[in-house]
Design a protein around this ligand. Sequence first.
Ligand SMILES: Cc1cc2nc3c(=O)[nH]c(=O)nc-3n(C[C@H](O)[C@H](O)[C@H](O)COP(=O)(O)O)c2cc1C
Length: 168
Amino acid sequence: MNIYEGIQKRRSIRSYENRPVEKETIEKLLKAGMQAPSAGNQQPWEFIVVEDKETLEKLSSAHIYAGPIKNAPLGIIVLANEKYLRFQQYWQQDLAAATENILLAAVEMGLGAVWMGIAPDEDRMAFIKDFFNLPKGVEGFAMLAVGYSSANKFEDRFDASRIHYEKY
Ligand SMILES: Cc1cc2nc3c(=O)[nH]c(=O)nc-3n(C[C@H](O)[C@H](O)[C@H](O)COP(=O)(O)O)c2cc1C
């Protein structure tokens, strides 16, 4: 599968087969995340890998749309550490690029995944900060639920009316 096909194929997957994701596969997902572009190449990301069922269950109460993580064999918590920041205001864009890279890598590996938003919602960020007892300067950006799944339905979102050539 090439990158373009992977982009077309990616959907948010919220139910998973009951089997673990291999260690090497998890590492490949994180490698894809860390390969993302970032402002000034600051790479402000860190990740918490969660496979413990009880922890995944508890994380599902982060907010009302966080339910999928309790069905997943794997959760990835995407964090930013301010010690890496040189261009402070771009941190969420950097983390979004890393998150999307992981979602696309998941498609390539036959996994389904969903992005559950944390930042910039202050309550959600406080939940993650407390839950993992994060040190000062480390904040949650997103949670990803990941697992094997064959569910996937292509939706064509191309809309020519959104494209403007040369002028608006
Ligand atoms: C910033 C962001 C936050 C999201 N938060 C959630 C969430 O909390 N729970 C969830 O189930 N899906 C969440 N999603 C997934 C969107 O609902 C999904 O991407 C959208 O409906 C389009 O569907 P698709 O991903 O299948 O193409 C989020 C996506 C983004 C980009």
